[in-house]
Design a protein around this ligand. Structure first.
Ligand code: PGA
Length: 245
């Protein structure tokens, strides 16, 4: 399975930031893994036309479950696809926490995304209190069950394991902790979908200096990267580590 290095710019980036993409493309014209950038929606169409014909793909950071309608401020999956997106991140912990997105809401978005021809990157992860309480695998299993609707197409699905306490904190789980969750995810997904070809990403404080170690963990097929995806040099280091894994 080809690895996936996915960058999530979150609410960062203006037109000026596209120079980082130029630098990234110049340094990595033919990466040995799939490379994705999910910019803020304001940059999506510009980025998509900029990277047209290159190895770089673009994606959204969220979508609404409906295709259109009276939902001020929201963006639908067909709109993302029309703007040039191939992927959409769904159920990121910041959406779950800041916008009260339940597993059921995420599941409805997965259906909408896949119906629009997008690949869904579905995020799951425990809080620090849940980990301390020994509930990590329970939480992950429940999130997966509830966030993947009936009719989910496993060929258009990526899962990202992102411990909430590791996002933007500089802290990462031990390799054993990541390995335990990824093995559980692999087993759960194989049981439900009958395939072990669904890419499993790790996310949370991935940077060039820890990327190789993380990509060596069984069932880690790439990374979802926040802060370190904003700079071409940092994201480039992660792409190199994944290409070499
Ligand atoms: P981080 O964010 O790499 O800045 O920790 C990861 C994410 O939220 O996807």
């Amino acid at each position: 399975m080809r690895g996936l290095a996915a960058g999530n710019w979150k609410m960062n980036g203006t037109g000026e930031s596209l120079s980082e993409i130029e630098a990234l493309l110049a340094a990595h014209p033919t990466p040995g893994c799939e490379v994705l950038i999910c910019p803020p929606a304001t940059l999506l169409a510009r980025l998509a036309s900029m990277v047209h014909g290159t190895a770089l793909k673009v994606g959204g950071q969220d979508c609404h479950a409906a295709a259109s309608g009276a939902h001020t401020g929201d963006i639908s999956a067909p709109m993302l696809a029309e703007a040039g997106a191939d992927y959409v991140i769904l159920g990121h912990s910041e959406r779950r926490a800041n916008h009260a997105e339940s597993d059921a809401v995420v599941a409805a978005k997965v259906s909408a995304a896949q119906a629009a021809g997008l690949k869904a990157i579905v995020c799951v992860g425990e809080t620090e209190a849940e980990r301390d309480g020994g509930r990590t695998l329970d939480i992950i299993t429940t999130q997966i069950e509830g966030s993947l609707p009936e009719g989910t197409d496993p060929a258009c699905l990526v899962i990202a394991y992102e411990p909430v306490w590791a996002i933007g904190t500089g802290r990462t789980p031990t390799t054993d902790q990541i390995a335990e969750v990824h093995a559980a995810l692999r087993a759960q997904l194989a049981d439900r979908f009958g395939t072990d070809r669904i890419a499993l990403l790790y996310g949370g404080s991935v940077k060039p200096s820890n990327a190789a170690e993380i990509f060596a963990i069984p069932h880690v097929n790439g990374a979802l990267v926040g802060g370190a995806s904003l700079k071409a040099a940092d994201f480039g280091g992660i792409i190199e580590a994944l290409s070499a894994a």
